[in-house]
Design a protein around this ligand. Structure first.
Ligand code: ADP
Length: 288
């Protein structure tokens, strides 16, 4: 109970000022993050939350994974602590460290510890980027024990009610030397994410990009053709995110073809042949 009260001390939408704490956000009831469901991910996530099951979100970059977690945090009324994983991230960064303050040595919680105490959703984005010896610190939180041992302080923290671990990764980036251990993977319920169907993606682009339905559909049509170029060597296909960015440029008055050049084509590839192929698609499918 005390811990839940502590959770309420998160000011609405306020980001923690200390970066080692990660971002802690409590979405006010009247400020729902915009998220358009593409299947039954909401219901499954809710069940996982009720039953203390950690969740992994798998899918390409830019298809809405963090947005989904923000939306679920809002829906469940829990604070959200997000950690962007990278290969220099250490267990200490997640758990916390002693800091010297004046003449004193004080313990400062890392983002994982903070989320465990608060009963927050803790979202480890692109978890595959982190080293395996970092990732193993989450193991005792992912089974019935729901504890976080902190060797440096000798504390064993029981996760407060509402705490839930969520991780995400892009299976397209998987390398033989960079995968989650099977012993880690099997601790999670897995939700597959992909780009939404054409009508839903157009709705998202209209909402997020501020363009009319016709323009949103044109952009989705273009993306559908460009995604086929994956087989011809385009490593990163256009995501919903780049379509939203391009739509925003168009909504701001940049001519559509130019917006596609700078918002859609140039960010994706430097290969001249692929850029030409994408430029041809833009010329064929969009009128300026
Ligand atoms: P990812 O981690 O998959 O890169 P993001 O949540 O950052 O995903 O998605 C990128 C952007 O795409 C979001 O900021 C949002 O504008 C848009 N988006 C993608 N999918 C959805 C969705 N289902 N509902 C609402 N917005 C979405």
């Amino acid at each position: 109970m005390t811990r839940l009260t502590q959770a309420q001390t998160f000011a609405a939408g306020k980001l923690a000022s200390d970066p080692t704490h990660g971002e802690g956000v409590l979405y006010p009831p009247e400020q729902a993050p915009y998220y358009l469901a593409t299947g039954d991910e909401e219901q499954i996530f809710e069940q996982c939350h009720l039953r203390n099951l950690p969740v992994m979100l798998k899918g390409p970059t830019g298809c809405g994974k963090p947005r989904f977690v923000e939306y679920m945090a809002w829906k469940l009324g829990r604070p959200l602590v997000t950690v962007a994983c990278h290969d220099d991230l250490t267990a200490t960064d997640l758990l916390g460290r002693y800091l010297i303050r004046g003449n004193e040595t004080v313990w400062q919680d890392g983002p994982l510890t903070r989320a465990v105490r608060l009963g927050a959703l803790c979202y480890l984005d692109e978890v595959m980027e982190a080293r395996q010896d970092t990732v193993v610190v989450i193991h005792p939180l992912t089974d019935h024990r729901r504890i976080l041992p902190i060797d440096k302080t000798g504390e064993i923290i029981e996760a407060a009610p509402g705490f839930q671990l969520v991780i995400s990764f892009n299976p397209g980036y998987q390398h033989a030397f960079k995968d989650l251990k099977p012993s880690t993977r099997q601790r999670f319920v897995a939700l597959d994410f992909d780009f939404p169907g054409a009508d839903r993606e157009a709705d998202i682009i209209m909402h997020e990009g501020g363009v009319d339905r016709g323009t949103a559909h044109d952009l989705v049509g273009l993306a559908t053709r460009m995604r086929e170029l994956h087989d011809q060597g385009l490593a990163e296909v256009p995501s919903t995110r780049v379509l939203v960015a391009t739509a925003r440029l168009i909504a701001g008055g940049i001519p559509p073809r130019q917006a596609c050049q700078v918002g859609l084509i140039a960010p994706l590839t430097d290969d001249p042949a692929l850029r030409d192929a994408m430029g041809d698609l833009v010329a064929a499918l969009l009128v300026d």
